[in-house]
Design a protein around this ligand. Structure first.
Ligand code: AR6
Length: 169
């Protein structure tokens, strides 16, 4: 069975098969976790991303990890929060589901996610944690080759949200 856990860290430090990037539709970099990943991975990541032709919200695409300790980066695009009535939860769930499926399809076993959409894109953190955990649980049931999923929180508040929910399962 897949192990789900939360940690408080900079995702660029994690030595896993794949870290997930909360990117934008261009996949050409940005601020937040996207900026941190591109800065740590180096120019090679940007060059590979240029070849990908962007990414739709809820979809996921994979590249190498370049100078990161992680061997791969899965780039996904979260929804921009517009009040919750525009399919934001479904698109966020798709980000987790498609990222897990992509990792499993490439034979990867360990994946780390940031709290997608909860920074610049404004998705409320507690609801995002609900969606992330539920969608991940469902996805790893379909892809049991995934050994571990780490929810990589950047704040103590997010870590609390995830730990509460994971402990309640
Ligand atoms: N490690 C882990 N988490 C981080 C890190 C890090 N190094 N840096 C920030 N976070 P955001 P979004 C957390 O804004 O809301 C970009 O410009 C951050 O505290 O990075 O999906 C893209 O290019 C928050 O909890 O992503 C897009 O344009 C979480 O990562 C847009 O922002 C997500 O915040 C995407 O917005």
């Amino acid at each position: 069975m897949t192990h789900l856990r939360a940690t408080r860290d900079d995702i660029t430090n994690l030595d896993v098969d794949a870290i997930v990037n909360a990117a934008n539709e261009t996949l050409l970099g940005g601020a937040g976790v996207d900026g941190a990943i591109h800065a740590a991975a180096g120019r090679g990541l940007y060059e590979e991303c240029r070849e990908l032709g962007g990414c739709e919200p809820g979809e996921a695409k994979m590249t190498g990890g370049y100078r990161l300790p992680a061997t791969h980066v899965i780039h996904t695009v979260g929804p921009i929060w517009r009040g919750g009535g525009h399919g934001e939860r479904e698109v966020l769930a798709d980000c987790y589901r498609h990222s897990i499926a992509l990792a499993a399809g490439h034979g990867l076993a360990t994946v780390a996610f940031p709290c997608i959409s909860t920074g610049t894109y404004g998705f409320p953190q507690d609801w995002a944690a609900d969606v992330a955990i539920e969608a991940t649980r469902a996805a790893v049931e379909e892809h049991p080759s995934i050994r571990e999923v780490i929810f990589c929180c950047y704040s103590d508040y997010d870590l609390e949200l995830y730990e509460e929910r994971l402990a309640a399962e």
